[in-house]
Design a protein. Structure first.
Length: 133
């Protein structure tokens, strides 16, 4: 039996009234492992993640700059640990008009902002890695 540092389950995507929009977030998002892949289009949703306590030793503290916690945790575990993508939906991911994230939909942010956002994630990953050396 293999043990993982982080397990990410799939989820069904619904609207605010729980009407099913997508049977699988993974299919809509093209979710899979890979640092480059998840910098381009993030698969890591905090509500779908479970991880070992030991992960906290290298993900905390969270960066003070623009880096969402779920992306930060997922990418750090990809670098240092083992990740399992559980293909079975285990919950409903309810989307409503006031959601801040753009998960499962197209981003309305500018290309410049999206590039800056990804550069900040990479910068903080490198900064953390060098701080630990």
């Amino acid at each position: 039996m293999k043990f993982y540092d982080l397990v990410l389950s799939d989820c069904a995507v619904t609207d605010s009234n729980l009407n099913l929009l997508h049977n699988s977030y993974f299919k809509v998002n093209g979710s899979r492992k890979g640092i480059g892949r998840n910098l381009y289009r993030n698969s890591y949703l905090g509500c779908c993640m479970a991880f070992r306590r030991s992960v906290l030793s290298y993900v905390l503290p969270f960066p003070e700059t623009l880096v969402p916690h779920d992306v930060w945790i997922g990418l750090n575990v990809e670098i240092r640990g083992s990740v399992l993508f559980l293909e079975r939906p285990t919950l409903y991911y309810r989307r409503h008009d006031s959601n801040l994230s753009t998960s499962s939909s197209e981003s309305s942010n500018s290309v410049v902002f999206r590039m800056y956002y990804r550069m900040m994630i990479v910068f903080n990953l490198i900064k953390r890695w060098y701080a630990e050396k």
